[in-house]
Write a protein that binds this ligand. Structure first.
Ligand SMILES: Cc1cc2nc3c(=O)[nH]c(=O)nc-3n(C[C@H](O)[C@H](O)[C@H](O)COP(=O)(O)O)c2cc1C
Length: 336
């Protein structure tokens, strides 16, 4: 299909060569017993690489601190078996011609009982978590990942610092927009410090929270610029602007989406995401390609449509839409 052509050409993003502009969005799948990704997990990611995805972003991987999350089948990023499991994942993806980023995750108040939140953290807690993120980054580098993504979206810990409703601190981590971005920026700096020069660091952020779709970390482009400037100064190379529908404008009076604003305000490459390909809709795909050509974003992440259609990119590239199944909720229960 002609309109997709420009999304299918090889591209280099922040020094990382990719076979095309489609990425796989991070999706938690609960298939890593004891926090260890199995050979089945490696095969799951390999299948998406074989299906034509250029950059896979893993499901959220819990950083090594008990407060990060309690589910036992969500993967960890620790020395030993988890590191070995990820080594298999990265080598399988590479063998299929793909690239893969590890998403570092701390659930904040979403963890439930004994949660660490912007309002409960004090004293040495900040340093403890910076060390947990840094340790995760070191393990990711050893395990063969091509990039790291920091999850600062959707109402989890780092996003809770950014959001005024969950961060009412009055010290240097709260109050102004810049102060609210201070701890996320320290995390970015700590992770960047562990990464080789030339390895891209992606930061994922959003306005919405899973518990509040109308929430906002920035009411104006100027506030967004302040947040993103803190991320860039701390070492972010790529910004992944999460929204639920890619075609929705981020601010009134301008059609650009959140990734479009992020790219405009920082000059960094950006990733867009949100309901791409969920249902067969040639006009939406043409709009996606046109927005890319207008320079709104550099990569396009696919989430739910890849659950039931690991080969979506290859099929769409050759116009075989009849072989693509529309997304349905039950796809989230399958794992292959
Ligand atoms: C089952 C599922 C799990 C998800 N887990 C994560 C996650 O671990 N980290 C994250 O940043 N986003 C997560 N998301 C959000 C997706 O990355 C993506 O932004 C969202 O699904 C919208 O893209 P889509 O419309 O193409 O599915 C998850 C989404 C789904 C459906």
């Amino acid at each position: 299909m002609a309109p997709l052509t420009s999304l299918l050409e090889p591209v280099t993003i922040a020094g990382l060569p990719l076979r095309g502009r489609f990425a796989m969005a991070p999706m938690t799948r609960y298939h890593s017993p004891g926090g260890v990704p199995t050979a089945e997990v490696a095969a799951y990611y390999r299948r998406r690489a074989e299906g034509g995805v250029g950059l896979i972003i893993t499901e959220g991987i819990l950083v090594d601190h008990p407060s990060a999350g309690h589910e036992t089948d969500v993967p960890r990023l620790t020395r030993g078996p988890a590191e070995q499991g990820w080594r298999l994942v990265t080598s399988e993806v590479h063998a299929a011609g793909g690239r893969i980023a590890a998403q570092l995750w701390h659930q904040g108040s979403e963890r439930g009982r004994d949660a660490w939140t912007p309002m409960s953290m004090k004293g040495k807690d900040f340093e403890i978590l910076l060390n947990a993120y840094a340790g995760g980054a070191r393990t990711a580098v050893r395990a063969g990942f091509d990039a790291i993504e920091i999850h600062a979206a959707h109402g989890y810990l780092l996003d809770e610092f950014l959001w005024p409703l969950s961060n009412r601190r009055t010290d240097r981590y709260g109050g102004t927009v810049r102060n609210r971005a201070a701890f996320p920026a320290e995390v970015i700096r700590a992770v960047r410090h562990e990464m080789p020069a030339g390895m891209p660091l992606v930061v994922r952020f959003s306005q919405f929270k899973e518990r509040d779709f109308g929430a906002r970390i920035a009411d104006t482009p100027a506030e967004l610029a302040t947040v993103l400037d803190s991320f860039v100064t701390a070492g972010a190379d790529v910004l992944h602007a999460s929204q639920r529908r890619f075609w929705e404008p981020a601010f009134d009076g301008d059609r650009r989406n959140l990734a479009g604003w992020a790219k405009h305000l920082t000059g960094l490459p950006t990733i867009t995401v949100g309901s791409v390909g969920l249902h067969h809709d040639p006009a939406r795909l043409a709009e996606l390609a046109a927005r890319r050509e207008d320079g709104e974003f550099d990569l396009v992440a696919l989430g739910r449509i890849l659950l039931g259609n690991p080969g979506w990119v290859r099929l769409a590239a050759s116009g075989r839409f009849g072989e693509i199944r529309d997304y349905r909720k039950s796809d989230e229960e399958t794992y292959f």
